[in-house]
Write a protein that binds this ligand. Sequence first.
Ligand SMILES: *Cc1c(COP(=O)(O)O)cnc(C)c1O
Length: 485
Amino acid sequence: MTTDRSPLEPADWDTLRRDAAAALEAAISHLEHRGARPVWRPVPETVKAAFREPAPRGGADPAALLARFTGEIAAYDLGNTHPRFYGWVHGAGTPEAVIPAMLEAALNANLGGREHAAVYVERQVIAWCREIFGFPEGAGGLVVSGTSMATVLAMKAALARRFGAAIRDEGVAALPARPIAYASAEAHSCIAKAFDLLGLGRAAVRRVPVDAAFRMDTAALRALIAEDRAAGRLPFVLVGTAGTVNQGAIDPLDELAGIAAAEGLWYHVDGAFGALAVLSPDLAPRVAGIEGADSLAFDFHKWLHVTYDAGFILMRDESALRAAFSERPDYLAAAERGLAAGNPWFTEYGPELSRGFRALKVWYQLRRFGLDALGAAMAGNCRLACHLAARVDAHPALERLAPVALDIVCFRALPPAGGAQDAADALNEAIVIALQERGLAAPSTTRLGGRLAIRVNLSNHRTTEADLDALVDDTARLAAEFGAG
Ligand SMILES: *Cc1c(COP(=O)(O)O)cnc(C)c1O
């Protein structure tokens, strides 16, 4: 039999339907039953070895590939869809997310630009972000992979605004002195990474000391700016954090907006997870002042539970972003009509030409659940954080190490009486590893004031009070097992 069918098309669409239905069933079952399994299990050597095979010359059967997904990949996942996952700042996802993921694949849209309906979905998401944060008409932005990338875009836009568009041709080496940024000592490493990437150097980010609640000390900030000006350097960006990664602390955002305006600095806010507290009437007052930012970076994939990866850069003046990135060579020229219309193109707002349709899953999540339900889940997480903090405070073997500003609780098991600091750190490290390796819970660690902390981040909508009560009991039991007082 001869055929001119593409070898990459299904030979039989009904077979594809059955294969896809089996995969959908596996995906939904995975999520339905995830909580009954350990939070995490070490990846066995056999599984690691299974992913060291030579590049395949021939194809494989979909059923065999699905078996590998369930047996080797899903069985040893990260655990962030489990109710007892508390590590770093992770989104927990929603079971519904399998729907837009599937539809996104079917469309295979390229959101670099051009005239097609998907572009209007991303524009809808952009308009919603403007509305959610109370940004003015003329504000805009772009769906990106996450806050790290959003920060690069914002810093690039700030550079071009502050030093002129010629910097795009001449580069930073042509500047008369060194551009300087200010961020708190607790700011995320993505700020310095963006400076590294843009050729400005990580040392150009001044780490402003924080107060006892881990918020930027504004007197110290003013002093550093004055010092840099006196030395002939070029202060140009102030970064406020709405929700530090270590403690969830929120810088005095309003006051920072005032300082930035008075000093002629670009005001950027890193709101990776904390910014979306605006969705809850209970939490919104904590991030008051966020609407004063020139640029705001945040994630959909953390506290909004959109699947990885999806973040956003919101600009007070969208033309600042376009001025920093627009390139329209002949082969990407704008047209008034036809497929090459749809101007401006998204590629003019960021470094990428080809871009996936991340906006679909964001649109779906917001449209499916609504802002109120998503905000209420965040407020619930913050109530859980207070519950955990109270349990820790009441426990004789545990000690809290930071105030609870949002949804993060840092604490430790008390060291053996008279024990050295090193011993206390080793004890808490051992507790966290045991919690993870025994599949009981997955907190992470950080250091606060030189002390190793057990860090519990509650951006997980599946977590309950009972889960946290179990965490307190397990931690105390392990502390006793490993020899604490
Ligand atoms: C997670 C996080 C980042 C980085 O965001 P990604 O989406 O992982 O790139 C930056 N800042 C803060 C405060 C974060 O929590």
